[in-house]
Design a protein. Structure first.
Length: 217
């Protein structure tokens, strides 16, 4: 792994450097400039609060191609009942705070530190991070957030306070934006997202989509 200098925003090239189990660097800081630069390179921070910042670029990468979205019959019935309503960028702070505070099976505490959370809130204020909110009876019951880089949406975290809320929000987002997105980055494998059609692809293929975005912008 490469140690990052806090005074210089740089990373090893993830296409040339595999690191250890997907970790390619450690250290640095969580400035909005560094985070935004990292995501454009296909790198994201993931670490335990109080420990050294770890920067990841795993191979393979867990992604969803929008045209490969799978919606089960039972989930389609739930969506057709209109028990949820959906918004975008109406309560970013509420979504990210819920992602930080929600208890998760087999997980003690949270990887989402206050510092990282505030950096993403600032990225949202700059128009670089977006949130998707799921509402039921005017209450925020689910949602997720991430960064959008051209036609690639890099999902960060999601939460649900009632059954199927986050899944419904994800389906709504993909179906609404499927003509605008080439790829949704899910980072690490979950059965939840695999059931919706996400799959592993080689890191090189994932980086191709990011490079294509950077060259077109």
């Amino acid at each position: 792994m490469v140690r990052l200098d806090k005074n210089e925003i740089s990373f090893p090239d993830p296409e040339l450097y595999d690191g250890h189990e997907g970790v390619i660097a450690f250290g640095g800081d969580l400035s909005v400039e560094r985070i935004w630069f990292a995501y454009q390179l296909g790198i994201f921070p993931w670490y335990n609060p109080g420990e050294e910042i770890l920067w990841w670029s795993p191979d393979p990468r867990f992604v969803l191609f929008p045209n490969e979205l799978k919606v089960s019959k039972s989930m389609r019935k739930i969506l057709n009942r209109n028990i949820f309503t959906f918004t975008e960028n109406q309560d970013f702070r509420g979504v990210i705070k819920n992602c930080q505070q929600i208890s998760r099976h087999g997980q003690n505490g949270t990887w989402l530190s206050n510092e990282l959370m505030e950096s993403f809130i600032t990225l949202h204020e700059y128009g670089l991070a977006k949130s998707i909110e799921v509402w039921q009876n005017n209450e925020l019951v689910g949602g997720f957030y991430g960064l959008q880089i051209g036609k690639v949406f890099c999902g960060e975290s999601m939460f649900a306070r009632v059954s199927n809320a986050s899944k419904a929000g994800f389906i709504h987002f993909v179906e609404t934006h499927k003509n605008e997105l080439d790829l949704i980055d899910c980072q690490s494998h979950t059965e939840h997202l695999e059931s919706l059609g996400a799959k592993m692809i080689p890191k090189k293929e994932f980086l191709h989509f990011l490079h294509k975005n950077n060259n077109e912008s």
